[in-house]
Design a protein around this ligand. Structure first.
Ligand code: TMP
Length: 224
């Protein structure tokens, strides 16, 4: 049986996280990267997201789409942290230990950027202290005016944080966090998400190739 100790970091999968404001194309780019990594590395790749599909994540989704109302911002911050631990323990860590690569659509930085509007970073970091650092964070930057237009074109319902003033604050928090992580030596790359979908994907693939250098991107066909 493979245990954490029997695998060195190279044999373990890589943990790659996508971040950005609502409507930045995180899910589209995460699923394109998933297809590319599966085809080119020959490894299994777990594509997952937060809030997760676990019990706490399901509760959070209902709060985000306003089916449940009245949860305080503090309760939500704790639920996001609890969902993250549950997600790590039940999905992310077991997959990495088995040698899968893991792509996660949102992770800790989302809590720091979104809940950071209401609470000190020190508290948010404390309640998320058990969340391991990703091997690579891909931050897709798109102006909130554009992302809100994309959301309005796609669906009628507006989720909890999908307002321009909120997303502007979130974006400015992301700016500070991206700089902070970079200074601390964590691998984080910033992608201009205002470009065409395929150009954004190509930029992402070349960054991931630096992390997982053995495999080529040539002749890969995107499936949108
Ligand atoms: P999404 O599934 O469209 O990305 O929506 C998830 C929403 O939840 C998005 O508005 C960001 C928000 N969120 C937080 O506020 N904190 C968190 O820790 C996470 C993971 C998401």
């Amino acid at each position: 049986m493979l245990t954490d100790k029997s695998l060195n970091r190279q044999e373990k999968g890589k943990f790659i996280v996508f971040e950005g404001v609502d409507g930045s194309g995180l899910s589209t780019q995460a699923s394109r990267l998933h297809a590319w990594l599966e085809q080119t590395t020959g490894r299994k790749v777990l594509l997952t997201k937060e809030p997760s599909e676990g019990p706490v994540g399901v509760l959070l989704r209902q709060a985000l789409n306003k089916r449940i109302q009245g949860l305080g911002a503090d309760t939500m911050a704790l639920l996001f942290a609890a969902d993250r631990l549950d997600h790590l323990n039940h999905a992310i860590l077991p997959a990495l230990a088995k040698g899968y690569h893991v792509i996660c659509d949102r992770y800790l930085l989302s809590s720091l950027a979104y809940q950071g509007r209401n609470f000190p970073l020190a508290w948010l970091k404390q309640i998320n202290a058990e969340a391991i650092a990703p091997d690579l964070t891909i931050f897709i930057r798109v102006d909130p005016v554009i992302t809100l237009q994309r959301i309005a074109d796609k669906r009628f319902q507006v989720d909890l944080f999908e307002q321009e003033n909120i997303l502007r604050e979130v974006l400015s928090n992301y700016n500070l966090l991206v700089n902070e992580l970079g200074r601390k030596g964590q691998k984080i790359i910033e992608i201009d998400g205002n470009h065409a979908l395929d150009d954004v994907s190509t930029e992402i693939l070349s960054s991931v190739q630096e992390l997982i250098p053995k495999f080529g991107v040539k002749n890969f066909q995107y499936q949108s």
